[in-house]
Design a protein around this ligand. Sequence first.
Ligand code: ZN
Length: 411
Amino acid sequence: MFYVTINGLSLTGMNNGFAQSSHKNVLSVIKNLRLGVHEAKTRIVMDVKGPITYRYFLLANPYRLVLDMLEVDFELNPAPRNSTGGVLGYRFGLLKPGISRVVVDLSKPFLVDKHFIIKPGAKPQNRLVIDLIPTTRSKFLAYVRKSRNQEVVGLPKLKSEEQKQQTAQEFKKKSPQEKISKSKIIVLDPGHGGVDPGAIGIQGTYEKRIVLMAAKSIKKILSKSGRYEVILTRKSDRFIPLRNRVAIARHSQADLFISLHADSIKNGAVRGATVYTLSENASDREAAQLAERENKSDLIAGIDLNAESKEVTDILIDLVQRETMNQSAVFAGAVVQEITKKIKTHRRPHKFAGFAVLKALDIPSILLEMGYLSNIEDETLLNTNLFQKKLGLAILQGLDRYFFKGQTFKY
Ligand code: ZN
C-alpha cells in the first residue's frame, strides 16, 4: 500500500487505475525525484537505477505532466507538501503491467522545454531531466491538442535530431580501437532448470542440463574474443520464471538476449538448429506449438502469467517492440548465416512465434533451438564438446556480423 500527501490531502493507494508495482522482479528503480526552481524554468530530476524508456505528455484541467515508462519500481518519497516552482505534487505507480506512470500536478501552464537522460558519470545512476518553462493557457492547450503522437525516448532510432547529431559526433571522435574495446553485453539464457526439466531425450538427455552446458561453453568463446561481456540468467540447475529472465536482460542493460533450448517433437526424423524471433503470428503450426510448450515453463512452476499478454496492446509498447522485433530479425539473420556453415540446421532455419521469453521490449532477442532431443543423431551431437564449440563460434561470428559489419576478425 502506498500513500501520497499533497497539500494536506491524503490519498490511499492510487485510485485512477494506478497501483504500486507489487512484484519483486529485478527492474529499473526510480530512486529519487527532486525539483530545481530557477527564475526561467522548473527542472525535474529523477535518479534511475537501470535503463529507462519513457514518453511524456501534458494534460489540461487541471494542468498535469504525465510521464509513462516501461515498468520500473519506485523508491520515492511522498510528494512535497508545499507548492514550489509551479509544481503542486506528484503521484507515481504502475499504470498497467509493463507501464509505470508519474503524474506531476502543475499550478499553471508549462511546456516541456528540454528532456534528456544524463548517463552515469561519477554517480552510479542515470538521471532523467525534464525542464518546464511557463507558458500561456492557449499555447498549453494548443500543445495538448497536437501532441497525440508522442515520441518514445530510449531507443536509438527514435532519438531527436539534436541527440542523433550529438551521438554521431561522439562516435566520430572515437578511434576504431575504442569503438571495438567497448564490449557489448550479451545475456545468454539457458532455458528451463530446476523444477522444470524441459524436454527429455530418447537417450535420457535433459534439456535443462544440455542448454546450461552449451551456455557455459558459448560464454567462454564469446568472452575470449574480448568484444562481448556475457551474463548467464542461470549458472546452476535452478528454476527462473520467464519474466525474470527478461528482467535480468533489462537490468544488465543487455545489447542482445539469446535463449537456448533443445526441444523434442513427435516426429523423430526432424532435426537441426532453428532460430526463433518474436511474432504475434507464428510462422507455422510447429512453431506455434513449440512456443506454447516453452511458455508453459512458468505454469509448471506455478507462476501466473495472465497479466503478461495484455501489455502488447499499449501504444508505447507497440512502438518500442516494433523496432526491437526488426532488430531481432536482423540478428537472427546474421546467426542463421553463420550456423548454417557449421552445424546442421532445420530446413527453415528462421521461424517466428509468440515466445514469452522474447518479450524484452527494448532488447533484441532470439531463441535458439540447438537441435531436437527427439532425434537420436541430434541428441548424440548436442552432448559433444565439438558441437558446442562449433555452435559457440557460429554465434560469435553472427554477433560480429551484427555488431561489427564489414570488420574482419581472427577466429
Ligand atoms: Zn525448451
